[in-house]
Design a protein around this ligand. Structure first.
Ligand SMILES: [Mn+2]
Length: 381
């Protein structure tokens, strides 16, 4: 269970590895019998958050504290015990995170106006905590990031509250740490988010746009390989494929029925588009800005269909699409759409590839005549 985390820690740092393993053991024991709302053992949560911090190369006390971040609040382990086993530094970090959690959870019981004031107050308090030790904030952001990634398992009311908190409290903090955040005041759907990504990156003068779904399924370490491929030739899109070779997806834990339907769908789409790829549905891609800036973005879907439509658009435009291997390990807890969603999505890809097929064979029209206005002008309709 802890292997993935330890694989991210320098093998020569024996003491760091021991400390992290010890923290994991205590957290696992303390959370024994507790479960996440989606049914997963509770320990999967601090573990996933700790992996995020390990990816960010935080030091071992921060990673250990992250593993222990819910222990003081939610288990029988006391502050005294923790200090005895892990010392002052780690206990201080855990206490800091616990304090921040209490701060934001309490406010929602208050009335409207009061809530507003408390939000500002808690924001300020978090900033004070940040001044004391920035690692507390980074642990809290990793905690929040994983909670957001697993939000689909929560009841609608809780979902809304956590999303709102993230929007109003955590996003501004991430910004103060120099992480650029783009907000939608209301949910614009998956496609709407990708469109914002395109517009933001194009407005910033990017040469390439990287799309990486934040559901922990894709490994950002493949991004350089995708970029290298993209720079090698005039591709519109380079896809990070989980199916190169195909059996990798099964070994990564993809359920067989999903694997089979994905294979069949990919074959049909490939034939219709005239593009031989091992998959079209990866959430890890690099787009060429020169292609991206002239596509009719506003005419594309605001929903999940957008991902495949972009490939169809590239084919329609006469641009090449390529892929490179990008194996992944996280199929289990990744955003497994309910079956109905998968079917709707699958049918959508078929209708899009049929449309492109008709266009290629002269039986159908292009999506639309392009406007000459620069794409940045379409921002925030
Ligand atoms: Mn937590």
């Amino acid at each position: 269970m802890i292997e993935n985390l330890l694989a991210k820690i320098d093998p020569s740092k024996e003491n760091d590895r021991k400390l992290i393993a010890r923290a994991f053991e205590l957290a696992k024991r303390a959370h024994e019998g507790q479960f996440r709302e989606g049914g997963a053992p509770y320990i999967t949560h601090p573990l996933a958050a700790a992996e995020i911090l390990a990816d960010l190369k935080l030091d071992s006390p921060a990673i250990a504290a992250c593993l222990l971040h819910d222990v003081l609040e939610d288990t029988a382990v006391t502050e005294k015990q923790m200090e005895k086993e892990f010392g002052q530094e780690i206990t201080f970090l855990v206490k800091g995170v616990t304090k921040l959690s209490n701060l934001t959870y309490r406010q929602q019981e208050e009335s409207n106006l009061k809530t507003q004031n408390l939000k500002v107050a808690s924001l300020r308090k978090m900033l004070f905590a940040m001044a004391e030790d920035v690692r507390v904030i980074l642990i809290k952001l990793a905690d929040r990031y994983h909670n957001m990634a697993t939000l689909q398992t929560c009841a609608p009311e809780k979902r809304q509250r956590i999303a709102l908190e993230t929007l109003e409290i955590y996003a501004p903090i991430a910004e103060r740490l120099g992480i650029q955040v783009v907000r939608h005041p209301v949910d614009r759907g998956f496609g709407g988010s990708v469109k914002t990504l395109f517009r933001t990156a194009l407005a910033a003068g990017a040469d390439y746009i990287v799309e990486l779904h934040p559901d922990n399924q894709y490994d950002p370490r493949f991004v350089p390989a995708l970029l290298e491929k993209a720079r090698g030739d005039d591709y519109a899109i380079v896809i990070g494929s989980r199916f190169l070779p195909p059996r990798l997806a099964l070994e990564g834990g993809m359920p067989w029925w999903k694997f089979v339907s994905n294979r069949v769908l990919t074959f049909l789409n490939g034939v219709l588009l005239g593009v031989r790829l091992s998959e079209f549905h990866s959430g890890l891609r690099v787009y060429n800005a020169r292609w991206a800036q002239q596509i009719p973005l506003a005419d594309l879907s605001d929903d999940f269909a957008l991902g495949f439509q972009l490939v169809g658009q590239a084919v329609e435009d006469g641009w090449k699409v390529a892929e490179v291997p990008a194996s992944c390990r996280y199929f289990r807890e990744a955003s497994s759409n309910p079956l109905r969603g998968s079917i709707v999505y699958g049918l959508g890809t078929l209708s899009e590839s049929l449309r492109v097929f008709m266009y290629r064979t002269g039986l159908g029209a292009a999506r639309r005549v392009r406007s000459s206005a620069p794409p940045v002008d379409q921002t925030q309709r």
